[in-house]
Design a protein around this ligand. Structure first.
Ligand code: PGA
Length: 247
């Protein structure tokens, strides 16, 4: 399993350096391949220099242009990114991103040979009809997913991640930052639903993953966690990995 940290807008430069100082004391060289970081864009090169897998939290849906304040996927690629988060619920609901925006970004990310990590999830009121909601959020991928495998540089990829063209992060909205988590059977049903249509895809779970619940959430079908608040604490973040590894 891969353990991904979504730092959102929660870390400054000095905090990032202190995190890595602590984290590097905990993590062994051979375990570094098990982590992915999604830092605020200006902190990206720190992770490249430290030889961790990393990705951008967002990109703009064009490669280049007079677009003050935006970042291009080409720039992230040049800097060494492997992944790009897309469609996180904070992007959808705070910044008004639509499926159409996300579709354009998805194609651009794949064309630049980075792996899209597409976040999907249902709101609390949709929880009991979530299959319908999730199927709709995935339906356009069939049209936009141009590759079985991406033409990327394999050395930039975690060992088991060569035969895929995107990752799905299942993040129920009612779970993000709330302490609420789905049951394992709920989670397994969603993973099966996704893998039915996309058998080679990897599926991550995100939403209130913590040291207390990571072990109970990890199931055979799950390929990774996308962790928000607990990922900014090196001991919690590493502790989650250690628990998963030892089971
Ligand atoms: P959380 O965030 O772990 O703080 O719930 C997860 C996410 O938003 O990716």
């Amino acid at each position: 399993m891969l353990i991904a940290g979504n730092w959102k807008m929660n870390m400054g430069y000095q905090q990032a350096l202190s995190f890595l100082l602590e984290f590097n004391k905990l993590v062994k060289k051979e375990d570094k391949d098990s982590f992915i970081f999604f830092p605020p864009a200006p902190l990206s090169l720190i992770f490249e220099k430290e030889k961790f897998y990393w990705g951008s939290q967002n990109i703009y849906q064009k490669i280049k242009g007079a677009l003050t304040g935006e970042n291009s996927v080409q720039l992230f690629k040049e800097m060494g990114a492997t992944f790009c988060l897309l469609g996180h619920s904070e992007r959808r609901y705070i910044f008004g991103e639509t499926d159409v925006d996300i579709e354009k970004k998805f194609s651009l990310v794949q064309e630049q040979a980075l792996i899209p990590v597409l976040c999907i999830g249902e709101s609390l009121s949709e929880r009991f009809q979530k299959n319908k909601v999730l199927i709709k959020k995935l339906s356009w991928i069939k049209q936009y997913n141009k590759y079985e495998k991406l033409p990327f540089h394999p050395e930039k990829l975690p060992p088991d991640f060569k035969d895929l063209s995107f990752i799905v992060a299942y993040e129920p909205l009612w779970s993000i930052g709330t302490g609420e988590i789905p049951s394992v059977s709920e989670l397994e049903d969603v993973i099966s639903l996704i893998k039915e249509d996309f058998p080679t895809v990897k599926v991550f779970y995100g939403g209130s993953v913590s040291l207390e619940n990571a072990l109970s959430l990890s199931c055979d079908k799950l390929d990774g966690f996308l962790i928000g608040s607990e990922s900014v604490n090196p001991h919690s973040f590493y502790g989650i990995y250690k628990q998963i590894k030892s089971c």
